[in-house]
Ligand binder design. Structure first.
Ligand code: OOG
Ligand code: MG
Length: 262
């Protein structure tokens, strides 16, 4: 750790205020170029603690920058991990208010709920497969608090990996009935196909992102508990949206997830 406790608390407040007030800020590594990975996750943890202390629940964990398309889009080379909270949840087919957001983008994500604890180091695809309860589709609405989505990995980790809203689709499936590598995803905006991919776009297999998450938590002395909802990361690049747009994502075998931006 390179930053002291007071600086971590101040940066968490700064980034969380930017989220809650929907205003952008410059990336924090501009002023703290020496901050390290532990500092970045400590700031994210402090944002989490702030939300929990106000009565919010953490309802899921997310991996981000897990697909080649996303890494290329954002100019980074490693996945990142964050959380989603109860107030970020929006219903399938519902409206998403853009006045609460800075510059939202949508991502199509294959998600799972687990039925057994996963721990690292040494977590791998086979252990994840044994621990998956069911698979379900979701759309994540990311909204980096950084101006023009310009950030580096440490800044985006501190900013809870741009987490903002999420919409879970209503159809779950057993893992045994799916091949997550070849599962096709088609993202439509205003009725036009704007992006598509298959599950293998995420680290070769979306569940590899869950193994990485378990190993990441294991390195910090934490387990990934049974019953966790986990988002494995956008399969395609993220697509910008504005008020007036409607988005539908068609997931092979998992149904469609839709929302309208108002
Ligand atoms: C970081 C979050 C990325 C994903 O699914 O790749 C992410 C960002 O691109 O702002 O959630
Ligand atoms: Mg995402």
């Amino acid at each position: 750790m390179k930053l002291d406790k007071a600086t971590i608390a101040a940066l968490a407040e700064h980034l969380e205020n930017a989220e809650l007030q929907a205003r952008d800020v410059t990336k924090i590594t501009d002023e703290h170029p020496h901050m390290d990975w532990d500092d970045a996750y400590a700031i994210q943890d402090e944002i989490r603690r702030r939300k929990e202390s106000r009565g919010h629940r953490i309802v899921g964990l997310k991996a981000g920058l897990t697909s080649f398309a996303k890494m290329k889009q954002m100019g980074v080379e490693n996945p990142v991990f964050g959380f989603v909270a109860d107030y970020m949840d929006r219903p399938d087919g519902g409206d998403i208010r853009t006045s609460e957001l800075i510059h939202p983008k949508v991502e199509a994500e294959i998600c799972v709920v687990t039925k057994a604890d996963l721990s690292g180091p040494g977590c791998h695809l086979g252990k994840v497969m044994a621990a998956v309860d069911f698979v379900l589709p979701a759309v994540e609405i990311i909204d980096s608090r950084y101006r023009d989505f310009k950030f580096d990995l440490k800044s985006v980790i501190a900013d809870n990996t741009s987490a903002s809203r999420f919409v879970i689709g209503g159809r779950s499936r057993d893992l045994q009935d799916l091949d997550l590598r070849t599962l096709g995803v088609v993202l439509e905006k205003n009725g036009e196909v704007v992006s598509m991919a298959a599950g293998a776009a995420v680290l070769g297999h979306p569940l590899a992102a869950v193994a990485m998450l378990a190993n990441h938590l294991g390195a910090r002395g934490q387990v990934l508990p049974a019953g966790s909802f986990i988002m494995t990361g956008g399969v395609t690049e993220a697509i910008s949206v504005a008020a007036g747009d409607s988005v539908s994502v068609r997931f092979q075998d998992l149904g469609t997830v839709s929302m309208r931006f108002v």
